[in-house]
Design a protein around this ligand. Structure first.
Ligand code: MRU
Length: 350
């Protein structure tokens, strides 16, 4: 079986950013057309578009919209700097958002005229979208070699085409494994509270015809104990220089479980997700999301009214629980700090 993967959730059409509204999936496929950078920042905050690489791409297009908006002003450079700050403030944990915005800002600031800046920033957003898909396919090929020839693979959150420009990171590795003829059965954590697994990963796998079961997050330990899971693979929102990984809440507990059950625990992420300025995971800001996400399920109240809630959207998995980090340039094995640095500098580790 080969993976069909035709899902694309971000596109540029007639000067507007079109986003497939991920809040509505899988019930409805609704596209939003956004022509203003503030609307894109709000769409990121509201999770119309989510997933670290996808919000980086959306931010790159938001900068293109901002550049064209400020282009009639003499102080366009200062205005664009302020727009970049607004865009970066949309969500704090995934480094791809700040990475893409800062790259766009630097590109615009280095242009000699405002018209050149507007054109360069839009072209760079198109390039980022195109390159992300190609990088994911490359990452998929590296990662597929690590998956068993047959067996169960557990994944968390959504790391597929919806979370990226296309194909996906951890889900891209699964896609590549299936395309290479591996007999994989996927276990999809529902991923409370936002249910990225149940709503989005299940939707993608079903469209691709990849065999899977959806399970409650709390079933993961039992599935491992039953020897149904032979590898765990997840994505990342920010990887510190030492290899600590911030990813969707619940990832850390899966890594602890995988170590107890002696199951390899893989992270798949592009090098743009590595924050070399962050020495370890302690400094990573963890986004707290609205309490309603926990008080409710599927829009229905499940807790007594007024209960106090903690809703951290991410957690940090220490590097020593990670078997390997799969990137578009190869696989980093422990010691992860040196291996990630070598990949970023272009020395292959595979
Ligand atoms: O809150 P989300 O849905 O944006 O969180 C997404 C994740 O945690 C993903 O695992 C991560 O961004 C990697 S996506 C390729």
């Amino acid at each position: 079986m080969s993976s069909a993967d035709q899902i694309r959730a971000i596109r540029w059409e007639e000067g507007q950013l079109c986003l497939l509204d991920q809040r509505q999936l899988p019930q409805r496929e609704i596209w939003l057309k956004l022509g203003d950078y503030r609307a894109v920042a709000e769409a990121i905050r509201q999770m119309v578009v989510r997933g670290a690489p996808a919000i980086g791409i959306a931010a790159a297009y938001a900068m293109a919209l901002a550049a064209s908006e400020v282009s009639t002003h003499a102080d366009w450079r200062a205005r664009l700097r302020r727009a970049a700050e607004e865009i970066k403030a949309a969500r704090p944990t995934a480094v791809n958002l700040a990475w893409a915005t800062d790259r766009q800002l630097a590109l615009a600031q280095s242009a000699s005229t405002v018209n050149q800046a507007v054109a360069a920033v839009l072209q760079a957003a198109h390039d980022l979208l195109r390159d992300d898909i190609a990088d994911n396919q490359r990452m998929g090929r590296y990662g597929a070699e690590l998956l068993p020839a047959e067996g169960g693979v557990l994944t968390h959150c959504n790391t597929g085409s919806l979370a990226t420009g296309g194909y996906g990171t951890a889900l891209g590795v699964i896609r590549a494994g299936i395309s290479a003829g591996k007999q994989l059965h996927i276990y999809v954590d529902e991923t409370r509270p936002w249910l990225q697994g149940a709503r989005l990963t299940a939707w993608e796998l079903q469209r691709d015809g990849i065999p899977f079961h959806l399970n409650a997050d709390s079933a993961a330990a039992h599935l491992m104990q039953q020897r149904l899971v032979h590898a765990v693979i997840v994505g990342a929102d920010r990887i510190a220089a030492n290899g600590d990984v911030a990813n969707k809440i619940g990832t850390y507990s899966l890594a602890v479980l995988a170590q107890y059950h002696r199951i390899p625990f893989y992270v798949a992420a592009p090098l743009s997700t590595v924050d070399f300025a962050m020495p370890d995971g302690d400094g990573i800001v963890i986004e707290e999301r609205p309490v309603a996400e926990v008080r409710q399920c599927g829009g229905h109240a499940v807790a007594p009214e007024g209960v106090e809630v903690r809703n951290p959207a991410f957690d940090v998995t220490p590097a020593d629980l990670i078997t390997a980090i799969i990137t578009e340039r190869g696989v980093a094995y422990p010691e992860l700090r040196a291996a990630l640095r070598a990949l970023a500098e272009g020395h292959m580790q595979v």
